[in-house]
Ligand binder design. Structure first.
Ligand code: GSH
Length: 214
């Protein structure tokens, strides 16, 4: 049985969205970031970074949310192999075309580099944290990085409905899930991004993952 370590109030929301899309059975250790459970030697043996999410899939241990989702997106294929099905079914979220697969990697790595912490810092230090804990300088520095990154997405989404190929895929899930906090900021300057983000988060499994968090 797949075990997911991490609360939906963390980057584990990406993983919970993915398992929901694919109907993968799982159990969850609903642990918050920095909670005492993530500081134990047992957990640090699974993830020496003491961060969430981590998964343990029958002994296969993996951290880093984007890598976890690449693994899980292919899981329907390996589950079918285990049952000796003659024809390997395609995973609905894993691009079949190697070029689209590479684009999915490109966007997932890009998001981690250009937006992942920046958007969290911006929203935390403008609205999410209690007012006395907010640092305007952190928000301002983050915003100077968020704006050009959102512009990059806007340009891509003006040309193509989805990020990697003709259909919604792991690329859209990984980037849109990481942009959870962007749901709470004014995206009118980036209309294509706004409608893409809404379309992603309208998916039933996204709504379920979001409900686990809010
Ligand atoms: N790049 C990692 C980041 C993981 C991460 O930073 N997780 C946060 C929660 S969203 C955490 O566990 N923070 C605990 C800490 O900072 O000690 C991933 O995408 O999985």
């Amino acid at each position: 049985m797949l075990r997911i370590y991490g609360s939906a109030k963390s980057r584990a929301i990406r993983v919970l969205w993915m398992v929901g899309e694919l109907g993968i059975p799982y159990e969850q250790k609903d642990w918050l970031p920095r909670s005492p459970e993530t500081r134990t030697p047992e957990y640090q043996a699974l993830n020496p970074n003491s961060r969430v999410p981590t998964i343990d899939d029958d002994g296969f241990v993996l951290s880093e949310s984007m890598a976890i989702n690449f693994y899980l997106a292919k899981k329907p294929e390996s589950m079918a192999i285990n049952f000796y099905l003659a024809k390997k079914p395609r995973s609905p979220l894993y691009p079949a075309d190697p070029k689209h697969e590479a684009l999915a990697l490109q966007w997932s790595l890009w998001e981690t580099d250009r937006l992942d912490r920046q958007i969290v810092n911006y929203v935390n230090h403008t609205v999410a944290l209690p007012a006395p804990e907010r640092k305007p300088a952190v928000a301002e520095a983050a915003w100077t990085e968020v704006v050009p990154a959102l512009a990059v997405l806007e340009t891509a989404l003006a040309k193509s409905k989805w990020l990697a190929g003709p259909d919604f895929s792991i690329a859209d899930l990984n980037v849109a899930a990481a942009l959870y906090r962007a749901l709470f900021i004014d995206l009118k300057p980036w209309p294509c991004l706004q409608s893409w983000l809404n379309a992603c988060w309208e998916r039933p499994s996204a709504k379920r993952a979001r409900a686990m968090r809010e």
